[in-house]
Design a protein around this ligand. Structure first.
Ligand SMILES: [Zn+2]
Length: 253
């Protein structure tokens, strides 16, 4: 097992971004971990793909999109052509705002489980967005830049290649109680509260927590959950780290 976080550390430590506002404060050295994390081979997936490469302006293109613990952020992106090989439809597994949404098979299975568990407790989760291709993300980001301006768009929408949605393991949840929108009010909703309490049991973690904008580069997104598996979720919770920090230490690039 090899952890390639060293590449990120090198970049974070030695590269001066040409546009710090664009790259956010993700460019930083992570302090040594104080919490005790048990060592296990399973935390880091095997590294088999070709080496990831650094392109201009301190941005790395990772070839490890298939790895469940791949780190994607404002500095590290997927190739334009990356698409998971095991995408499946989530139609029928969960109520969605529109049909034809896709996720990787393992994440879809977990989504089916979490949806059923929620329903059993009277909570109706609805999925608004799941897998998005590079090109779909480009359209999404461009649309936000058009309506909100570049600086604002950077705080809540990922540039193409930089979105966890391209991994096929990220889900945006919504609910009738928030009018099927993506809003911070989701936190106070029955559905948002239920997810906060229970999502980890099914291997889903919040990617962009409240008050962690300086680390993630994104504003609080209570609706955006990424699947990393139950065991990794337990390890992350135990570490006290948020996903971005956890993947910088234990993920792959
Ligand atoms: Zn999202």
């Amino acid at each position: 097992m090899v952890v390639i976080v060293g590449i990120a550390s090198f970049v974070y430590a030695n590269k001066t971004p040409k546009n710090p506002q664009q790259l956010g404060t993700v460019i930083r050295k992570i302090e040594p971990l104080k919490a005790e994390i048990p060592k296990a081979d399973t935390v880091t997936a095997s590294v088999t793909a070709k080496p990831s490469t650094e392109i201009s302006s301190g941005v790395i293109i990772t070839e490890k999109g298939d790895e469940i613990l791949v780190l994607i952020n404002k500095n590290i992106r997927l190739p334009e052509t990356y698409e998971p090989g095991d995408l499946v439809s989530i139609d029928g597994l969960v109520k969605t705002t529109h049909s034809g949404l896709l996720l990787r098979a393992e994440a879809a299975k977990a989504l089916g489980s979490i949806t059923k568990a929620a329903k059993d407790e009277g909570v109706n989760l609805i999925v608004l967005s799941a897998y998005r291709s590079f090109w779909s993300q480009q359209a999404t980001f461009s649309s936000w830049v058009g309506s909100a301006g570049l600086a604002a768009a950077e705080t809540f929408s990922a540039r193409p290649g930089h979105s966890q949605h391209q991994l096929g393991t990220a889900v945006d949840f919504t609910a009738e109680s928030v009018n099927l929108g993506l809003t911070e009010n989701f936190t106070q909703s029955k559905e948002g509260a239920w997810l906060s309490q229970n999502a980890s049991k099914f291997g889903f973690v919040l990617s962009y927590p409240e008050g962690k904008e300086a680390i993630t580069g994104y504003t609080y997104e209570p609706w955006h959950w990424r699947y990393i598996g139950v065991e990794n979720t337990q390890r992350m919770t135990q570490s006290g780290l948020i996903l971005e920090e956890f993947l910088q230490r234990y993920g792959v690039i």
